[in-house]
Design a protein around this ligand. Structure first.
Ligand code: IFM
Length: 419
C-alpha cells in the first residue's frame, strides 16, 4: 500500500489549553462567564441561526449552563488518565498551557503549589514518552491584572516577563519547547475590534496598542527564558489564514497583499529575531473576490466553518521565508458526529506532507484538541476532541478518528488509501 512517510523524529500529538479543560479556574474569563452566560444563551439563536447545524446544538446553546466553564473536563485532577489515553494513541508530544491565574493569583505572589502541579504534569508527560510543548499564556488573566487593563496595560509586558522568568526559574530545566503567547491577534481582535470577549472594549486603537504590548511582552519573555535556559526553543502559536484569490484581478491581489501583511505577517515580522520556531495554528481560508470570506462553504463543520482540510498547505508554504522550523500547534474541526473528523485528519495530513515535500520545514503536528473542551464564548457544545467528554459523568470515550490518527502516529506515515 503506498504511504506518505513523515520525517524522522516528527512529533505527533494533540493540544489543550488550561481554561478550556482544567476546571476550577478563577480568572477574568470565569468572572466574565458568570456575567454573560444568560445573555449568551438568550442571543444564541440570533447568533447562530445562519449555521446549518443550529438544530443539532440548539438545546445546549440556549442553556446558560453551557457558558460556564466550571469544572470543564476536570483535567486538573484527571491529567494522568488523559495522558494515558494520549500515550495509548501513540502520541509523542502534547501541548498544554500553564494557567497564570493559578501561578500568580495576587500581584507578585507566586503559588508554589500550583508550580508543583505543573511540574507533576510535565513529569507525567515525560513518563509516557510525550514531549511537552508548554504555552505560557492561552488568553486568561489573573483578576488583578485584568483590573489593571490586561494586555492593554502599559505594564503588561513587564508583568508577563516576570511570570515567564518565574516559570523558567522553576520549571525551565524540564521544558524544551515554549510557546509564550497563543494567537495574540485572535484574542485581541475579539476583545478590542469586535468587542465580544473580555474586557469587551471595542476600540481599534486599543487593539493596535494591545498588539504592540504583546509583541514587547513576547520579546521580554523570550529573553527571560533564554537567560535561564539558553537551549530553550521558543515561539508563539500564530493563527494564520490562507488568503486565496478567486480570480487574479488587481483588486484581489491588493486585498491579498494587505491581508497577508496585516494578519499573517505583521506579528511574526516584529518578533522574527526572538523566535526559534513558528507555531502554526490553522483553521480557515478566506477566499477573496472583491472582498473577504467569499468561500463556497460547500460543507461546513458544526462550528459553521468551511470544511477545507487542504488550506494548511498554503499556510505552511507561506511560512517558508522565515527559515524557521514549524510545529503545527493547532489544526482541527468541531464535529460531534466524528464523520468529518475521520476524513479531515488524513486529508489535512496529506496537505502537510505535500508542504514538507515542497520545502516547508514542518517538524510536528498537534491536533486541536485532545479532549472536547470549553470553547470560550460558545461554551461546551462544539466538539473538537479526539476524545469525547461526557460532562455529566466526566467519562472519556476515544472517537474513531482518534484511532485512525493513532495509526498514522504509530507508523509515522499516512496510507494514501485513507485520504
Ligand atoms: O479553542 C480554540 C483555541 O483556544 C484557540 N485556537 C482555536 C481553537 C478553536 O476555536
Amino acid at each position: 500500500m503506498p504511504k506518505l512517510q513523515f520525517p524522522d523524529n516528527f512529533y505527533w500529538g494533540a493540544a489543550t489549553a488550561a481554561h478550556q479543560v482544567e476546571g476550577g479556574n478563577h480568572n477574568d474569563w470565569s468572572e466574565w462567564e458568570k456575567q454573560n452566560a444568560d445573555r449568551l444563551a438568550r442571543e444564541s439563536e440570533q447568533a447562530f441561526r445562519w449555521n446549518p447545524n443550529w438544530k443539532k446544538f440548539a438545546a445546549a446553546a440556549t442553556d446558560p449552563k453551557n457558558y460556564i466553564s466550571g469544572s470543564a473536563c476536570d483535567h486538573y485532577s484527571r491529567f494522568r488518565e488523559d495522558f494515558d489515553i494520549a500515550q495509548s494513541l501513540h502520541h509523542s508530544a502534547h501541548r498544554f498551557s500553564i494557567e497564570w491565574s493559578r501561578i500568580e493569583p495576587e500581584e507578585g505572589q507566586f503559588n508554589e503549589e500550583a508550580i508543583e502541579h505543573y511540574r507533576t504534569v510535565i513529569a507525567a508527560l515525560r513518563e509516557r514518552g510525550l514531549e511537552p510543548f508548554v504555552t505560557l499564556w492561552h488568553w486568561t488573566l489573573p483578576l488583578w491584572l485584568a483590573e489593571r487593563g490586561g494586555t492593554a496595560s502599559q505594564d503588561f509586558p513587564r508583568y508577563f516577563e516576570r511570570y515567564a522568568a518565574k516559570i523558567a526559574g522553576s520549571l525551565g530545566s524540564e521544558i524544551q519547547f515554549w510557546i509564550t503567547l497563543n494567537e495574540p491577534d485572535v484574542v485581541s481582535a475579539h476583545a478590542y475590534l469586535k468587542g465580544e470577549w473580555p474586557p469587551q472594549k471595542k476600540n481599534p486603537l486599543t487593539y493596535l496598542r494591545g498588539l504592540h504590548l504583546l509583541i514587547r511582552a513576547h520579546r521580554l519573555a523570550y529573553q527571560a527564558i533564554k537567560q535561564h535556559s539558553p537551549a530553550a526553543q521558543i515561539g508563539i502559536a500564530k493563527h494564520q489564514i490562507a488568503f486565496q484569490m478567486a480570480r487574479p484581478t488587481f483588486i484581489n491581489h491588493f486585498l491579498k497583499a494587505i491581508a497577508d501583511w496585516g494578519w499573517n505577517s505583521f506579528f511574526l515580522n516584529r518578533i522574527k529575531n526572538h523566535q526559534d520556531f513558528i507555531g502554526l495554528n490553522h483553521y480557515n481560508r478566506s477566499v477573496i473576490d472583491n472582498g473577504f470570506r467569499k468561500n463556497p462553504n460547500k460543507t461546513q463543520t458544526d462550528f459553521g466553518w468551511e470544511y477545507q482540510p487542504d488550506s494548511i498547505y498554503q499556510a505552511l508554504v507561506e511560512l517558508k521565508p522565515y527559515n524557521k522550523p514549524i510545529y503545527i500547534t493547532e489544526n482541527g474541526i468541531a464535529d460531534a458526529s466524528d464523520e468529518l473528523h475521520q476524513k479531515f485528519i488524513p486529508a489535512a495530513l496529506a496537505a502537510v506532507h505535500r508542504a514538507i515535500a515542497d520545502g516547508a520545514d514542518v517538524r510536528g503536528y498537534l491536533y486541536w484538541s485532545l479532549l472536547d473542551n470549553f470553547e470560550w464564548d460558545k461554551g461546551f457544545w462544539p466538539r473538537f476532541g479526539l476524545v469525547a467528554i461526557d460532562y455529566a459523568t466526566q467519562t472519556r470515550t476515544v472517537r474513531p478518528s482518534a484511532l485512525a490518527y493513532a495509526e498514522i502516529c504509530k507508523n509515522n506515515a499516512l496510507e494514501t488509501a485513507v485520504i
